[in-house]
Design a protein around this ligand. Structure first.
Ligand code: NAD
Ligand code: ZN
Length: 352
């Protein structure tokens, strides 16, 4: 089968023929219908220090997907052959202290598809049956594919209390704009969004941001203070990992407010803990992955009720064969979510 692999330590990815995956007794074999690109995949292509420290080539990359169950191992429970599923990319052990206490997102033995074990940029992939999340058969493949990433947004938004509150979202990449939609659906009263890219700010407005600000020309702090009677926002959702955005976000947070941090800084940063957190009495939540499986149930509710429509987030579709072009576009930032199709005839919209 065709697959995109990281052949050896160093920059670049290749599409090559690899053997069909082995289906373990607890696994389902999935025919990949759609697969989306995440920032992690860009790090693995460019082989930055994070990738060099975490990825052991050779490896099939990619972790966001949907597909059809085509085979099952002898002990595999769950979805039947023919079922459309999305995939939770974190394969957890089920035995460690965290798994056993309902905190599977913190599992100390987590294996991430496309990072620690073969991933989903391929025609087929085998995953534990428990990781296959059944979707309605009429769900568009591109939406089914990006649910894993939407889960990051839903997890972030559901930890602080956003209902009736004023919210600042710093960073309007794919996760930021999906967080805006989720915050709106969960009842946020005002959503202010910031990003350096006007393309992404436009998408943020489409997804429900009330005010969009570009720090290269707008006064983010001044505007937030004007909108909040000089108090600041109740909730900060940090979705950029950019140190200036983190500083600006905390400065704009009301005393006693809540911050949920998803963005990764990629290196240790300087941060004024005294003024931003301690004297402010702020509560800070670190967010990793998706809660297993609370976040998936919450996502299902938001999507099936129509409270969140992710259609505008999918801005580009490519054949998997054209992955280099798809990755270049994702790197440019002039896009929302970029989805690839191993079989181009599966595309649920025009291909770029
Ligand atoms: P992304 O890189 O596409 O988006 C980040 C956005 O932040 C970009 O649009 C960028 O223009 C914007 N930005 C940069 N500097 C800014 C500033 N000063 N002010 C406002 N915006 C600024 O990333 P994404 O895929 O949307 O993911 C969001 C973040 O979450 C990334 O840092 C990613 O690594 C991280 N992430 C974390 C987890 C987790 O489990 N914690 C999971 C997925 C993604
Ligand atoms: Zn575990």
């Amino acid at each position: 089968m065709r697959a995109i692999v990281k052949p050896s330590a160093g920059p670049g990815l290749e599409m090559v023929d690899v053997p069909m995956p082995k289906v373990g007794p607890d696994d389902v074999l999935l025919q990949v219908k759609a697969t989306s690109i995440c920032g992690t995949d860009l790090h693995i292509r460019s082989w930055d220090p994070w990738a060099a420290a975490h990825v052991r080539p050779p490896l099939v990359v990619g972790h966001e997907m949907c597909g059809i169950v085509v085979d099952k191992g002898a002990n595999a429970d769950g979805p039947e052959v023919g079922q459309l599923v999305s995939v939770e990319s974190h394969v957890v052990c089920g035995r460690c202290r965290f798994c056993r206490t309902g905190k599977g997102h913190l599992c100390e033995n987590t294996q991430i598809l496309g990072v620690h074990r073969d991933g989903v940029y391929a025609e087929y992939v085998a995953v534990p049956a428990i990781n296959a999340w059944p979707d309605p058969p009429d769900m568009p493949y591109s939406i089914a594919s990006l649910q894993e990433n939407f889960g990051n947004a839903v997890h972030t938004v559901s930890v602080p209390d956003v209902a009736g509150r004023k919210v600042l979202v710093t960073g309007c990449g794919p996760v930021g704009v999906m967080a805006i939609a989720a915050a709106k659906a969960l009842g946020a009263r005002l959503i202010v969004a910031s990003d350096l890219s006007d393309y992404r700010l436009k998408l943020a407005a489409t997804m429900g941001a009330d005010i969009t600000l570009n720090p290269t020309r707008d006064d983010v702090h001044g505007t937030v203070m004007d909108l909040t009677e000089g108090e600041g926002v109740d909730v900060l959702l940090e979705m950029s990992g950019a140190p200036p955005a983190i500083a600006e976000g905390f400065k704009a947070l009301v005393k006693g407010g809540e911050a949920a941090l998803l963005g990764l800084t990629s290196h240790p940063i300087q941060f004024d803990l005294d003024d931003n957190v301690i004297f402010k009495g702020a509560s800070v939540h670190g967010i990793v992955g998706r809660k297993l499986w609370d976040t998936w149930y919450e996502m299902r509710g938001l999507l099936r009720s129509g409270a969140v429509d992710l259609t505008p987030v999918v801005t580009h579709r490519f054949a998997l064969d054209d992955f280099e072009k798809a990755f270049d576009l994702m790197e440019s930032g002039e896009c929302g979510k970029v989805v690839m199709f191993p079989d181009p005839s599966d595309a649920d919209g025009p291909l770029s």
